[in-house]
Design a protein around this ligand. Sequence first.
Ligand code: SF4
Length: 239
Amino acid sequence: MNDTTVQALTELARARQAELDERIAAWRTAAGIRLWCGPGCGNCCTLTVNATLPEALAIAAAGLDDDLCRRLDATVAALLGHARQCGDARAFLAGYRQAVGPCPFLDGTGNCRIYPRRPLACRALLATRPPDWCGVNLAELPAFERDAFLAGLDRTAVAFPTHYAAAPQSMAGDFERGLVLAMIRHLGFGVTGSLPLLAWLAGRREELSAALAAGPEACSAFLAAHGAHSPFLVQLHIP
Ligand code: SF4
């Protein structure tokens, strides 16, 4: 992958993120749903976050300071360690919060340190319940409390069984698929996966570019060399 391709994918990711923001703003005005997201409520930033490779390239292109690089290193080490312990995606997701911790880009006040560059998935995760609910693991709630929570959700508005609005996630999904198609046009295949891991790999620009240019098999070998060859860490989209 040459510099021109990196730049084209990076610019496309930024354009799609700006477009999603506009579409979500228009939807918010029209839908009239109360949303609780705001500065300092970073509870959803303790969930797994996925992104497309162009979005990770955009994060790396803007540069990360030494502190963020250290945090990213630590998160990726925990992430890979957790993935090695898990036999399937279900176990990986269930133990993620405890084993990996919050997103490395979350600061100590609950705010995102890369807010203008955050991926589509983060932009689209909008809570229809107070932020405390974003930190709750439903599986750990007593049954009566979980049932009351689920019964109180508006199934026409949320991505059930979560309390996150469905429409923005659907919009983001369309844009993510568009970015995958753009990767396929440029590289012959697409890459999506864990945000911290992709951002970390994007920081190894030369190594990553060589693997991407050599095709999916070389990319798989590159991921394996970093202990990241797992379908619940990175997905290769081969047409
Ligand atoms: S990138 Fe920012 S908004 Fe997204 S999970 Fe990380 S801290 Fe939260």
